[in-house]
Write a protein that binds this ligand. Structure first.
Ligand SMILES: Cc1cc2nc3c(=O)[nH]c(=O)nc-3n(C[C@H](O)[C@H](O)[C@H](O)COP(=O)(O)O)c2cc1C
Length: 398
């Protein structure tokens, strides 16, 4: 799948550098040639010898290496690749890239190139959430740099959260997506999916029956057409598709924040079943049975993500697609919802229990746009997703 592709792999100085050794193997298994570049700090984590042995290529590291410069100048090195992959992309490397610094071989190559760049960030959760990293990420996305990960999970430093580098096979999928041919190549699309969980106390929550199957299928169909997909998902029953950037969230507020962090995008597909309300003051201790009677829960309104994004004055995606799960008067309710929210399209469906759609494998949708309501026959969720992705591709092309 990657035969004859040349990947320039820049390995930054983070603990996840060890995973880049496996990444080299996986890329080469698929036929890619990998030219490795190690930063000075990366050499503290992996040895040039093991990197070179796995890549079967010389390892570059020094900007002022006369021999390397005579063999292949740094400008040529930066341009001879089909794709530059930065893995791990440390906070420092991302800062240099966003700021336009070029004070070592890796950063100079990144400045001197017009080759597409894919970053796999890896850092401590606090570093990832630091305002400087948030700014750098936004800047790099605006500059056209693509990202895979980071994932959420246990970190080498003992903390938990987003910041773990994507696994080698996830990076390979993102690399393959870069070479995918399709009408959505070069387009960045956000998809929200799944239910949200709104805590009552540390062990109880309010949820809904969304399985995430339709949102996941839409994300996969968009990725298959070549889009860079940011998949913001609540706790769904189905696994996320491969080849997309997964941002796991739990609550509506977290989903809203993740959506903001993903912008700008060319299209946003809001398939998540976001809870309208949350418990106004969730208890930080487990509620106990009490002789004084039943607990009374007060609710507060959650952010209306679809409406907020649809009505953004700056940064509104050129195409905003909402979903409407209705149980009666589907077309009438969904048409009203499109106008109320201000989105371009609504994908409406009847989720009454008798339809078996919620949690099932099929869907019967009505696409509502400014040209009216278009009823699609009942079909598998993957087929609905493919049709929708193809319509999105047509809309973004036109
Ligand atoms: C044990 C250890 C682990 C580190 N892990 C990371 C990491 O995962 N991500 C990161 O951004 N920085 C990490 N750092 C800090 C970087 O090594 C440091 O910022 C370095 O300057 C990055 O260099 P680079 O730009 O060549 O990647 C770590 C440092 C140490 C000592």
């Amino acid at each position: 799948m990657l035969s004859s592709k040349r990947i320039l792999l820049i390995i930054g100085g983070g603990i996840a550098a060890y995973k880049s050794l496996d990444l080299i193997r996986r890329l080469r298994e698929r036929g890619a040639a990998v030219t490795p570049v190690l930063t000075r700090a990366a050499e503290e984590f992996v040895t040039p010898l093991s990197v070179s042995a796995l890549a079967s290529e010389k390892v570059y590291g020094d900007l002022f290496d006369l021999t390397a410069e005579a063999e292949m100048g740094h400008i040529q090195l930066s341009r001879s690749a089909d794709l530059i992959v930065v893995a791990p992309a440390t906070a420092d490397l991302m800062g240099k890239m966003a700021g336009g610094l070029a004070n070592d071989l890796a950063s100079t190559l990144l400045m001197a190139t017009d080759t597409p760049v894919l970053c796999a960030p890896a850092m401590n959760v606090r570093m990832w959430e630091h305002p400087a990293t948030r700014r750098n990420l936004k800047q790099l996305q605006a500059d056209g740099v693509c990202f895979v990960g980071p994932n959420e999970g246990d970190m080498a430093c003992g903390e938990y959260g987003p910041g773990r580098m994507s696994e080698p096979l996830e990076i390979v999928a993102a690399v393959e997506a870069q070479f995918a041919a399709g009408p959505l190549v070069g387009k960045r699309v956000l998809v929200t999916s799944g239910p949200t969980h709104e805590p009552i106390d540390p062990v109880r929550y309010i949820a809904n029956r969304s399985s995430g199957a339709q949102g996941s299928a839409v994300a996969q169909a968009l990725a298959e057409l070549g889009a860079e997909v940011i998949f913001v998902t609540g706790p769904a029953d189905v696994p996320p598709p491969s080849g997309v950037q997964v941002v796991p969230v739990e609550t509506a507020q977290q989903m809203s924040d993740a959506v903001d962090a993903a912008l700008p995008v060319d299209a946003g597909v809001f398939a998540a079943a976001v809870a309208d309300w949350r418990v106004a003051s969730a208890s930080d201790k487990k509620l106990k049975k009490s002789r004084d009677g039943l607990p009374v829960l007060e609710f507060a309104e959650n952010p209306d993500i679809l409406k907020r994004v649809s009505r953004m004055e700056n940064g509104r995606p050129p195409l905003v697609v909402g979903f409407a799960a209705e149980t009666d008067d589907v077309i009438e309710h969904a048409t009203a919802k499109r106008l109320r929210k201000g989105c371009d399209w609504i994908v409406a469906n009847d989720v009454s229990p008798a339809t078996g759609i919620m949690g099932g494998s099929e869907n019967a949708v009505i696409l509502i746009s400014d040209s009216g309501a278009e009823e699609w026959p009942r079909m598998g969720k993957a087929e609905v997703a493919r049709r929708l992705a193809s319509r999105i591709a047509d809309a973004l092309a036109g």
